[in-house]
Design a protein around this ligand. Structure first.
Ligand code: HAM
Length: 423
């Protein structure tokens, strides 16, 4: 039986890859414009990194990590998200001694062992940014604006930005206490997951998707009720900066997000077209993360956008991105025993950056012309024995089915003038 790819993974084939390149190029272009430098971190990390940062009571760490022992007996994990790795790299490379803030972006694969469905994969891809070394609300607004600029550039303008503040450890402790109190006599009314979380991570009860839990949560205390003065002011500033740039948002008091490192700002980009997996990107501030990973106390803020979900949205909106796979511009055909000259013409064209192709299967001239037409090459160079003797080849324009004899040395010049370069 033929071997298939693992469930929840995808092959990105020619035709599709070009869309990915377009997304990645856009992500790079916008990130650079906003002053972010690219970082690439390993695909696997010590498991401890995620337990300490993402939080060991989160779904990701409790259920979804690809964790295994390596040959040296150390527990390693395929990265389920990027923020922890970037924070680790920030500490490991002494980036706190660079001018602050340090602004980084990344694009790459991430892994979560969840039940695959539309928009939810086990290997998926994110474009993310992280800013370290500033607690200023301008940075929170900047990353939100950057993400919305990415979606706007793609023509995805019906996304909603949900915004909340989950407060600092001080106001969060207050909220946790009030939530425990609120749910104390209602323990039997909440789902099993919420019941288990009530002691260890009560904030997560706020974003439970269970119908009955949602009903209860409507009257539960939320972060906005318990924000301390400084957090309240910071939250207000973030909103002021967004309004200043005309970026609309919706306040969502129950938004707490599924990772434990968030402090203050939390946000999500949601779409009405994605069904259950409606979040296409999300992020927030994480002022305690660097310290939790063993660094000096350093504030930070960032987001990650899911690229598969972005592509799904583009498809739903019938928006085309990316150029089609590159077709040959010239097909070099052999008439008779002219292989040597034909190969030299082929490679001269390619060296000049012209997309040139030839036959590999021994087709006769007629077959080669047919093949060139099937590949969609607008020009064919026919290398014939008689023409070689005169230092020429035949250049055939496939669209108008007209051909002319042309000196080999003039060929590149002529074709370069006509080619529209791709990719
Ligand atoms: P997250 O909300 O877990 O945040 O993931 C961000 C985005 O990645 C989601 O909105 C979604 O589009 C995509 N995503 C997540 N899981 C899957 C999956 N199984 N299949 C397909 N797409 C998925 C983070 O990862 C944080 N590190 C974001 C962040 C950066 N916060 C601060 N800085």
């Amino acid at each position: 039986m033929a071997i298939k790819r693992p469930r929840g993974t995808a092959d990105i084939l020619p035709g599709e890859v070009e869309k990915w390149l377009a997304l990645e190029n856009l992500a790079r272009r916008i990130s650079r414009t906003y002053g972010y430098a690219e970082i690439r971190t390993p695909i696997f990390e010590h498991t401890e990194l995620f337990a300490r940062s993402v939080g060991d009571t989160t779904d990701i760490v409790e259920k979804e990590m690809y964790t295994f022992l390596d040959k040296g007996g150390r527990s390693v994990t395929l990265r389920p998200e990027g923020t922890a790795s970037v924070a680790r790299a920030y500490i490991e490379h002494g980036m706190s001694s660079l001018p602050q803030p340090v602004k980084l972006y990344y694009i790459g694969p991430f892994f979560r062992h969840d039940r695959p469905q539309a928009g939810r994969l086990r290997q998926f891809h994110q474009f993310g940014v992280e800013v370290f070394g500033t607690a200023h609300a301008r940075a929170d607004a900047e990353v939100i604006i950057l993400a919305s600029e990415f979606f706007r550039a793609l023509g995805l303008d019906d996304l909603e930005i949900l915004l909340n503040s989950v407060g600092c450890p001080v106001c969060r402790a207050d909220l946790a206490r009030r939530l425990r109190e609120f749910f104390r006599n209602r323990e039997r009314e909440v789902c099993a997951t919420c019941r288990a979380r009530l002691e260890r991570n009560p904030l997560r009860l706020l974003d439970c998707k269970d119908e009955k839990c949602r009903e209860l949560i409507r009257t539960a205390p939320t972060p906005v009720d318990t924000l301390c003065g400084e957090c309240r002011q910071h939250f207000q500033q973030v909103q002021d900066y967004l309004r200043l740039q005309g970026v609309p948002y919706t306040l969502e008091p129950c938004l707490v997000r599924g990772l434990d490192y968030y402090t203050r700002t939390a946000f999500e980009f949601v779409s009405p077209h994605l069904g259950a997996q409606n979040s296409v990107g999300g992020g927030g501030r994480y002022d305690g993360l660097v310290e939790a990973c063993g660094g000096k106390p350093t504030p930070g803020v960032g987001f990650a956008i899911g690229l598969e979900r972005t592509l799904l949205l583009l498809e739903t909106a019938s928006k085309d991105v990316g150029v089609p796979p590159s077709k040959p511009f010239v097909f070099v055909a052999m008439a008779g025993t002219t292989e040597e000259v034909a190969l030299s013409v082929l490679y001269r064209l390619r060296r000049a950056g012209i997309r040139a192709e030839m036959d590999y299967t021994g087709r006769n001239l007629k077959g080669q012309l047919k093949h060139a037409a099937r590949l969609g090459a607008p020009y064919v160079v026919i290398v014939g024995e008689e023409e070689i003797a005169r230092g020429t080849v035949i250049l055939r324009d496939m669209e108008v089915a007209r051909q002319e004899e042309i000196e080999i040395d003039a060929l590149i010049d002529r074709l370069e003038k006509r080619e529209v370069k791709q990719l």
